[in-house]
Design a protein around this ligand. Structure first.
Ligand code: ATP
Length: 270
């Protein structure tokens, strides 16, 4: 069923230190979250507000949203836009209502809408047969607005999209998703290095190989996902090589076998 698809709200295990670079993004999200957690619904002057993270795929939008929940020790509900959509009339809005209800019960919590553009595109779109999108956007606006009127309801909303231009402008207003943050791929050496560091810390590099050397040999623009997959591929190659060596040595004496078994898996960059 849908409720099992979104899963129980949990505190993610991703740490700040697992997110390489993106310091300005981390700072902006933390500040906004802190301010929101302080808001008391009795204080009508302050309104809650959510954040839209936008930028190309693989740059860490989901990763950073999980890390912020971990950092603040709050539960996290992640929903992919298309998962909410249901062909049955009224079911999609019901799904949305359920998410907000779950988040309220698990509060303090974060609801993270991934692929937000597929959920809340500009209303009046010609491709919206049956008006399901229009109803979703209206429902989302209602849910966001009622968050303010609830007592002790610390639900922080975040969204991610590759296409911020497609979002319904009503969502990007004060009290709703009023902050947009660009999450960019690494373009300069320092940012590449910052992304590489947490990834490299989880493996043993070959003697003489450093994150600096890797960063210098990277393509010009790299997302966090590119960096991670490059390093994982290298680790897999190194592992395959180590296994091959162990197999070779198994034909030989005990001492040589021990030596190989004690050797760490070393990442070699090809
Ligand atoms: P999408 O738009 O495809 O959802 P996204 O921006 O949400 O992309 P993530 O899912 O957060 O990207 O990133 C994919 C993977 O790439 C992460 O699970 C992580 O392994 C790695 N990654 C991305 N950015 C970083 C980063 N800044 N530091 C370390 N790893 C990263």
């Amino acid at each position: 069923s849908f409720s099992t698809a979104i899963g129980a709200p949990k505190i993610p295990t991703v740490k700040w230190s697992d997110v390489g670079g993106l310091e300005d993004v981390k700072k902006a999200i933390s500040e906004s979250l802190k301010a929101n957690l302080k808001i008391n619904s009795n204080n009508s002057k302050l309104k809650r507000s959510g954040i839209v993270l936008y930028g190309p795929p693989g740059c860490g939008k989901t990763l950073i949203a999980k890390a912020v929940a971990n950092e603040f020790n709050i539960t996290f509900l992640s929903v992919k836009g298309p998962e909410l959509l249901n062909q049955y009339v009224g079911q999609s809005e019901q799904n949305l209502r359920m998410i907000f209800e779950k988040a309220r019960l698990a509060s303090p919590s974060i609801i993270f809408f991934d692929e937000m553009d597929s959920l809340a595109p500009n209303r009046g779109n010609a491709g919206d047969s049956g008006g399901v999108m229009d109803r979703m956007v209206s429902q989302l606006l209602t849910e966001l607005d009622t968050l303010h009127s609830k007592q002790n309801c610390n639900v922080f909303v975040m969204a991610a999209t590759n296409r911020p231009d497609l979002l319904d402008p009503c969502l990007i207003t004060p009290g709703r998703f009023d902050k947009s943050i660009h999450v960019r791929p690494a373009q300069d050496l320092t940012s590449k290095l910052r992304i590489l560091e947490p990834v490299c810390n989880k493996m043993t590099l070959e003697d003489g190989l450093t994150p600096e050397i890797i960063a210098k040999n990277c393509p010009e623009i790299m997302s966090g996902a590119d960096v991670t997959s490059l390093m994982q591929k290298s680790a897999m190659k190194a592992l395959a090589n180590a296994i091959y060596l162990i197999e070779e040595k198994s034909l030989k004496g005990d001492a040589e076998r021990k030596e190989i078994e004690n050797t760490n898996v070393i990442v070699k960059l090809e």
